[in-house]
Design a protein. Sequence first.
Length: 366
Amino acid sequence: MKLIAALAVLLTASCRQNNTDNMDFNTLPLITIEEHFTSQEIIDANAGYAYLKPKPTGRMAEAMKFFGSRRFIGERLTDIEKMRLPHMDSLGIGMQLLSYTAPIDDVVPADEAVRIARRANDILAAQVAAHPDRFRAMATLPMADPEAAAAELERCVKDLGFVGVLLTGTCKGRFYDEPEFFPIFEKAAELDVPVYWHPDFVDSDIINYYYMSDSYSPIVGAELGSAGFGWHIDVGIHVARMVLSGIFDKLPNLKFVTGHWGEDIPAFLERMDYMLDQEKTGLKKKVSDYYKENIWYTPSGIMSEMQLDYFIKLVGADHIIWSEDYPYLKDVQLRFFLDKADLTPEQKYAIARGNAEKLYKLKENE
């Protein structure tokens, strides 16, 4: 482990001297940023309010039994020493930015959400402190109380040394472009920390309507409506709503990060520019300008040459950051994909670790 950290320092110095031509990217210690964690204490805290949660309906109810059986995922989320660190070493991942997948259930009352969020962040900070050469952290926030969420973000950054925040899904069915949530983004811009947008399950009525069918099993419908497609569309729409709300005109320093190659929206930017022109939106720039200037993108473990080529052309290598989406996607190609890619050594270094170091100020937080 110490060897990887030392190698990262040497390679960083080499890059600063523009000596990347002879660098072996198969041994370059990667930095990955959409890497999830949880603790049993936080799982139990949320479970205490499960009786308040609406039960899934229709075929989704049957499919949820399948999702609840994935214990092996839970073990990978909670076990740092026996599962996560050996996995990182096997792929040459020098550092992960840790975040909770879904830390606070929508049904948790606002005051209790504040308590759970603080405890969750303290637990995560302890994991980073135990392995300061391997991990950094993104805050989880009690979004049901926006003012408290902004205060918790400030505590996490200033007191705990966190380098960003990850938002999961919506809050009680409400999107964050609504004015009450503005203080959270204002605080993120003030602290100059990126906001990572992550999917979550959408309402079962939506899944039943769009994704369930008598022509295939409920499990197929549930996967199609969640990690297979549906929740990616949901978070893509969420980010688009944020852009159209004028958030970047109000907070030009604000920075977003989206996984899974932009959650489907970037393929439609030309269409959006045409149909949602500035005369209609009242924005200072074209929609695509914000996607190219204020948003960074990660693959979330989707090792696709076509996606990489598209995003290099769309936003350039400086707006792409590597991620595995541990433990949900595990692909050994994460280790070798960039080495095979038709990119310059400088582009490869930027994507593998340089962009993460810059955007998340990792050198300043050592």
